[in-house]
Write a protein that binds this ligand. Structure first.
Ligand code: G3H
Ligand code: 13P
Ligand code: ZN
Length: 321
């Protein structure tokens, strides 16, 4: 079975009102865990590859591993560049056959972000590839500087709804990553913070009202950093801080219902893998066969992905819609 195009996955997800899991792939075990879990749950899936993953594993290895996964499974699989940081990297991935790329100009001034996104869109659309842009900056749940009582200050770190419309129109990006209090990694929030889901609703509505239809939004930093996994890591010798915190899964569910079509998850997979390895090494210090310790690590990631697609993203059962 060939790759399924990102635009087809988006169209079905929007219609079916579920979110697609975009899981980061860095090696064979993570890839197998993700694809096997999605296969068993009959879930469509987006495999995403960062610049760091390409440097770690080599683009050719990743391409061949994904080819193997695609040929061994029946579910729809799309391949996406995560956080592309230059036109050249996006072009490389488009030329390799990725079905979508992200050009992340979110750290740039607005005009520069528009400029680089537009350049990538022009090339990508000529080559049948979908482009994700990002507006706003992911720094965790804090209010924009100068923002009072939930108002929408421009130029802050949160995505401004009007600016989102203007950005999509100016760049032609096919999907938009938003900043609504989300951030990457295992230390997202302090205390009981949440995503700004009202802002997400307002962004979605602003795009609809501006004639963009049911426009696909993307949520980066969507790991929930489960406490039990953090505790397991520390129980077996890890030293994660007490203040690990992720996005509550209930927030992700609301984000999905509001219209987040692509939900990016990496940290939770890394943590599950690490927890299983630490446990194994502590309990079986004499073992040195990588297959022995990579098997429980792969199984734990698989279990986590099954949970996400079934209970949080609700894309399970939609592979053959
Ligand atoms: O958002 C970033 C992803 O978790 C990828 O991380 O650049 O370390 O591969 P990475
Ligand atoms: P997490 O760090 O929350 O897993 O976010 C992953 C991500 O956004 C990849 O682009
Ligand atoms: Zn991200």
């Amino acid at each position: 079975m060939p790759l399924t195009h990102t635009k087809d996955l988006f169209a079905k997800a929007l219609k079916g009102k579920y979110a697609l899991g975009a899981f980061n792939v860095n090696n064979m075990e993570l890839l197998q865990a993700i694809v096997e879990a999605c296969e068993e749950e009959k879930a469509p899936v987006m495999l995403q590859i960062s610049k760091g993953a390409r440097q770690y594993a080599n683009p050719v290895y990743l391409k061949k591993l994904i080819e193997a996964a695609v040929s061994l499974s029946n579910i729809p699989i799309a391949v996406h560049l995560d956080h592309g940081d230059s036109f050249e990297l996006c072009k490389e991935c488009i030329d390799e056959g990725f079905t979508s790329v992200m050009i992340d100009g979110s750290h740039l001034p607005y005009d520069k972000n528009v400029e680089i996104c537009k350049k990538v869109v022009d090339y990508a659309h000529k080559h049948n590839c979908v482009v994700e842009g990002e507006l706003g900056m992911l720094v965790g749940a804090q209010h924009d500087e100068g923002e009072e009582g939930g108002g929408y200050s421009k130029g802050g770190v949160y995505t401004h709804p009007d600016e989102a419309v203007q950005f999509v129109k100016a760049t032609g990006v096919d999907s938009l990553a938003v900043a609504i209090g989300n951030s990457h990694g295992a230390y997202k929030f302090k205390g009981q913070q949440h995503l700004d889901l009202d802002r997400l609703k307002t962004i979605k509505k602003a795009l609809l009202d501006a004639g963009m239809g049911d426009y696909p939004l993307v949520l980066h930093g969507a790991s929930s950093v489960p406490k039990e996994i953090a505790q397991e890591i520390n129980r077996y010798g890890g030293k994660l801080g007490e203040d690990t915190a992720g996005v509550p899964e209930a927030d992700i569910e609301v984000a999905r219902r509001v219209g987040c079509t692509k939900v990016n998850i990496d940290t939770d997979l890394r943590m599950a893998f690490t927890a299983a390895l630490r446990k194994f090494f502590m309990e079986s210090p004499k073992e040195y066969d990588p297959r022995k310790y990579l098997t429980p690590a792969r199984n734990k990631v698989k279990e986590l992905v099954r949970h996400k697609v079934k209970n949080v993203l609700c894309c399970a059962g939609h592979a053959f819609d």
